[in-house]
Design a binder for this molecule. Structure first.
Ligand SMILES: [Zn+2]
Ligand SMILES: [Zn+2]
Length: 478
């Protein structure tokens, strides 16, 4: 019940809205260059090493702030005061009085060390005031997030698993698409061409012997015969569409199988076409047989002057055997400006939760050209999992341990999922993922260089391997 209430109340929440200063972490005109995800690395996160950034909740933690450059070192002749607050105002036995300035002395090694008690799951803000010859300046905020053990043990993995190559209606080759995915800051991806599974395997095969950290999985976008519902398979070993596509005998058999399901469905709600319901069930079962998850795609995309999935069918499908709903979606920004399908999908999902329908949500870009899409790299899913291995990611998505993110150009991000994860994701999007994205950007550029025929890029990629894991190791409390 408690969990359900958390879920019900979880919607677009901007936790750091009060901190949206020029150092906010979101790119504005004063902040160039921005990362493809739309974020920037905040200057305190560039100038100072802060450890840990993610700590165990309800524990005593020594937080160390280490200046990295000469211009930001703590000076022996200056006076320092620290102010500590916790965003949710839960303090427990904090050794520092919350909200009040306390004198602090830099340690001999040039760091500032603070002993904090990090109560509950929340963000903790630290400001340092420096006084030097009557001049005062405030440094910060340094932000630490505390997590209960179950979530602390997991790591955030960014992914997009609905996109197209030149093998269907996209622009670039599978190898290019994968390189571009790393460049925009993704840890995992799946290429999902219409009716085709082979391109997703081609992307993986191209980099099979190249030392990369991006995980490339199988997938396709499936359109069953005479069924308007688009269904994406994520992580499938082989294809579903090939069972009937360009295969008259196969198609006959598949139609027979769908007809059998149709006869077994029993009475359906008013307005639900039995063939559509049966075809969806057939596709989802085939995806599951092949080790994949089934995603119900863009229900409120407008095609032929109507929503892609009619309301009675959508309600029926949300209660059927789909693994997840594509809540954030669509690579045509002009279209979204004129008709915001994502806002509708979010509101619909929230209402369904209140009715007790609990389908996990994800975000993807549905990119049809990596260089021309406005949304590529800005619509994605963050999975909370022990690793970015397929079974871990699938488990995270199925169990609701994932959030859907959309960051439209020049704006702050919106995050959808369970409240606990939404709150944490807002911290990550500002304090951790920009640094992550910067590492990915360099690797993605090298992957594209390799795909363009330069084998020396593979050597550089080899030297970079494991950097995101090492970044996370330094950020998470030991
Ligand atoms: Zn589609
Ligand atoms: Zn698509």
């Amino acid at each position: 019940m408690f969990r359900q209430r958390n879920l019900i109340f979880a919607v677009l929440f901007v936790i750091f809205g009060c901190l949206l200063t020029p150092d906010s972490g979101w790119a504005g005109w004063w902040h160039l260059p921005q990362l493809p995800s739309g974020s920037v690395v905040r200057d305190v996160n560039r100038y100072y090493d802060l450890t840990p950034r993610i700590a165990r909740a309800d524990s005593n933690v020594e937080v160390v702030i280490r200046p990295l450059y000469d211009h930001c070192r703590f000076k022996p002749e200056a006076q320092y005061k620290v102010t500590y607050t916790a965003l949710d105002q839960i303090y427990g036995d904090s050794p520092l009085p919350p909200g009040k300035q306390t004198d602090i002395k830099p340690a001999e090694d040039g760091t500032i060390r603070l002993n904090l008690y990090l109560a509950s799951e929340q963000a903790h803000l630290i400001f340092i005031e420096e006084t030097l010859a009557d001049k005062k300046k405030t440094i910060g905020p340094f932000v630490v997030y505390s997590l209960k053990e179950d979530l602390f043990a997991l790591r955030p993995w960014k992914g997009d698993f609905h996109m197209h190559s030149h093998n269907s209606d996209g622009v670039e080759s599978p190898a290019y698409v994968a390189g571009a995915c790393r460049r925009v800051g993704l840890d995992f991806m799946a290429l999902t061409d219409h009716h085709k599974h082979a391109p997703s395997l081609e992307a993986a095969a191209f980099y099979k012997d190249v030392p990369i950290d991006l995980k490339i999985y199988g997938g396709e976008e499936i359109h069953a015969p005479d069924n308007p519902v688009h269904i994406v398979a994520f992580g499938t070993r082989d294809g579903v569409s090939q069972l009937y596509r360009d295969n008259p005998e196969g198609e006959k058999q598949v139609r027979d199988e769908i007809a059998k399901i149709k006869d077994s469905l029993g009475p359906l709600p008013d307005g639900v076409d039995p063939w559509h319901a049966a075809a969806c069930r057939w596709v989802v079962d085939r995806i599951h047989e092949r080790g994949g998850l089934a995603m119900l795609c863009h229900p409120y995309w407008v095609t032929r002057n109507a929503h892609n999935v009619g309301e009675p069918l959508l309600d029926y499908l949300l209660r059927s055997n789909f693994d997840m709903l594509e809540l954030v979606s669509g690579d045509n920004w002009e279209e979204i400006r004129q008709y915001d399908q994502n806002a509708l999908q979010a509101a619909m999902w929230q209402n369904k939760l209140m009715e007790g329908v609990r389908i996990p949500v994800v975000g993807i870009s549905d990119t049809h050209g990596m260089e021309r899409s406005e949304q590529f790299g800005r619509y994605f899913t963050v999975c909370f999992a022990p690793s970015a291995d397929l079974d871990n990611l699938q488990q995270a998505m199925k169990s609701g341990m994932a959030v859907a993110v959309e960051t439209v150009r020049g704006d702050r991000p919106l995050v959808y999922g369970s409240w606990r994860l939404v709150k944490y994701a807002h911290f990550l999007l500002k304090e951790v993922l920009p640094q992550h994205d910067e590492l990915c950007y360099e690797e993605g550029r090298l992957m594209l260089q390799y795909a363009a025929g330069d084998p020396s890029a593979a050597e550089l990629l080899g030297a970079m391997r494991g950097r995101v894991a090492r970044l996370y190791d330094t950020y998470w409390m030991k």
